[in-house]
Structure formats: C-alpha cells, structure tokens
Design a protein around this ligand. Structure first.
Ligand code: TRP
Length: 373
C-alpha cells in the first residue's frame, strides 16, 4: 500500500510522492525536451531545473510558443506573511529571480496579509501586514530588479485587487472551494472567498495593459489548487490561463521528508538567524544519513538521499561539480556526517551574511518596490 501524505495550500504532511502529485493534480513533468527548449533561450540551465527541484509545470510549452512569437510573459509569485521568512520560502524566489534576468520579465509579488489573518486563529491583521513588509525585505535582498518588480500587500492594494477579485468570486461556487480545498460549511466565508484574491495577479497586468499578456507563476506545488481554480475562471473572463512551474519542498532539518514549517523553530532556518545559531541548529538537529560508528561509516558509506545536510546542499550549492563530489565522498564513506554538516554550515553562513546585509539595505529601497492604492 502506498504511504499516505497530504499536500494542500495549508497543510503538508507525510512523505510526499511527487510523481503521484503530477498524476493527482494533472500537471506535466519537466522533461528533457522542455529543458532543452528553455536552454535555447537562457543559454544555461538553472541548477534547480537540472536537479528537478522544479519538477512539474502547466503550459510552459505554450508560454514558450508565445515567447517565440514575441509575446513576452510576466512573472507572478507570492508569500503568505504568517511569520519570518525561512530558507524554504527562498527556493522559488531564487529561481524566479533567475527567470526575471533571463527573460527580462516583470515580476508581480503578492503578500497575502488578508489570507494569513483570515486563516489564523491568533494573528491580527496589523501583525500579518507588518510581517508582509518584513518578508518583502527578503524578496528585495535577492536582487530583483527595481522598476521591473512590483510588491504589494493585499490590504494596501485593495482597491485595485477588489475590483478584479469580485469578478472571480462571482464565478466561484462553494461546491468548488469545498471540492478543491477541502473547506467545509463550518469554514468562514472569508476562507471560501480568499482564492479569488490570489487569482487576481494572474490577470491584473492584462487588465491594466488593456491586452492579454502571458503569465508564469513559479511556486511550490502546494499552491497548485489555487491556480487550478484561477485557470478555469480567468479563461472564462477572456484572459490567458496562467502557466506555472512547480518546485518540491525544502525538507525540514529534522527530515528526511515533508516540508519545513515556520511554526516548529528547530526544523527551520530563518533568514534572520545568526550564522552561529544556524551552525548550532544544524549540528544538533540535522537528520543524518550516516552510520552509527565511524568504522561502519568508512566501510559502508552514508546515505546522501536521506541526509538532510546533503539535501539542503542540493538546494543551495550552485556548483554541480562540488555537489557531485560531496555525494560520492559521502556515499563512499570518505566524508563523515559531521564533516558534511560543516560544509553546509559554511555554505549557509556565507549566504546568510550576504543576505542579511542586503536585507538591511532593502529597508531604504522598500518604497521603490512596493505599490499601494
Ligand atoms: N497563499 C500563498 C502562501 O500562503 C501566498 C501566495 C499568494 C502565493 N500568491 C501566490 C504563492 C502566488 C505562490 C504564488 O504562501
């Protein structure tokens, strides 16, 4: 019997079988043919594509058909501001930044302070709104381009969003929100309504431009249910269905499977964590694929496929050769678990120092990125 797991926008549990998700959600896998087609335009492939961290998509081939005809696309992604940003959140954003550079695309970035207020029992709107702008600093810190990147918190861009959200809501029934999201009669009307708001950036630029512009949404696979609804409805409204490309989840530190959760502090590394604290967390909690004793490890080797330090390096070490060497050294018993952890610690310390510096600089740049109405 296959192991059970859950993947919804609000809950990820168990050992996720990504191939089964492709079948269950009805998406397409990112195959060699698509990769070669992307490479034709980008010159090189991002490591997250080569490593199948982005493993699934909807209509990416159509998007490239349009691009090749001169019909350029824009990017849309977002974040639900329920807490500080952790490394898992950065994964799709790092890739989105690459897409922005390679395709010279505008990015619309949604911060759903309304969603996190309506779905949380304890968060006040003032708090989710504050967190939205804290999270925005992490987005800016990754180097998105000024003038080509629009970041907005829903409740501060409400006049524009609301006028479009009601066009979606009018065509969205409660039977759909029950079937797609598993919402019930006891859930608030706010929850049933919310997906209408998340749909808007998938066609708003077309509304504002007065012509249809293709849209690509890079995101973690758990958000796919929203965009199934979006695609269906915006098509009826006369816009293009947004294309999407989906990534897997960064495993929690205590791994091996599942998704990093912001609410369990020891399983996550936040972008604001001091590098020394990150080192401590990794030494103490990182799930190891190593053997019980050094002798046994030297003889039989470790298992990189379940080792969280190795898994995290797959997400953050760009250099394929370095990563491959680590894989073989670990599997062959040459590299010990403790040593592997130190490689990760060093990599993250370097990344975080730079990120934190950029993040502080971003405070002064915020108003060059944020739009309000
Ligand atoms: N609902 C998402 C979350 O909870 C936030 C979000 C809004 C989003 N729009 C998006 C995520 C578009 C990915 C793509 O994180």
């Amino acid at each position: 019997m296959p192991k059970e797991f859950t993947v919804t926008p609000w809950k990820v549990e168990g050992e996720v079988d990504y191939n089964r998700l492709i079948k269950d959600f009805g998406t397409e896998s990112v195959d060699e043919k698509l990769l070669q087609r992307i490479k034709k335009h980008t010159g090189e492939l991002h490591y997250m594509l080569k490593r199948k961290i982005f493993f699934s998509h909807r209509d990416f081939s159509w998007l490239l058909d349009e691009y090749e005809k001169g019909n350029k696309f824009y990017l849309y992604t977002g974040r639900g501001p329920s807490g500080n940003t952790h490394l898992g959140h950065l994964v799709p954003w790092i890739f989105t930044k690459w897409l922005q550079d390679k395709f010279d695309a505008e990015l619309w970035f949604q911060l759903t302070d309304d969603e996190k207020f309506m779905f949380s029992e304890k968060l006040e709107l003032s708090e989710t709104n504050r967190l939205a702008y804290e999270n925005a600093l992490d987005v800016i810190a990754l180097g998105f381009r000024k003038g080509k990147t629009k970041i907005f918190a829903d409740t501060d861009y409400a006049k524009t969003l609301y006028r479009q959200a009601i066009r979606v809501a009018k065509r969205l029934t409660v039977s759909t929100t029950k079937a797609v999201f598993g919402l019930t009669d006891s859930d608030s009307v706010g929850k049933h309504f919310f997906t209408s708001v998340q749909s808007v950036p998938a066609f708003l630029p077309s509304v504002l431009a007065g012509r249809n512009i293709p849209c690509l949404i890079p995101h973690a696979i758990d958000q796919d249910s929203h965009f199934r609804v979006t695609r269906d409805i915006v098509h009826k409204l006369g816009y293009y269905k947004p294309a999407a490309i989906h990534c897997v989840f960064l495993p929690p530190l205590t791994g091996p499977g599942g998704k990093m959760s912001a609410s369990v502090a020891e399983t996550a590394v936040y972008t604001t964590d001091a590098p020394e604290d990150v080192a401590k967390k990794i030494r103490k909690y990182a799930f190891s694929g190593g053997r019980d004793t050094i002798e046994e490890h030297r003889k039989k080797g470790g298992n990189p496929d379940i080792d969280v330090s190795y898994q995290w390096l797959r997400f953050f070490e760009e250099d394929d050769k370095k990563l491959e060497k680590i894989y073989h050294d670990y599997k062959g018993g040459k590299l010990l678990s403790g040593e592997l952890k130190e490689i990760l610690i060093e990599k993250l310390a370097k990344f975080l120092r730079k990120h934190q510096e950029n993040r502080e600089k971003a405070r002064k740049e915020l108003d060059k990125f944020v739009i309000k109405d």
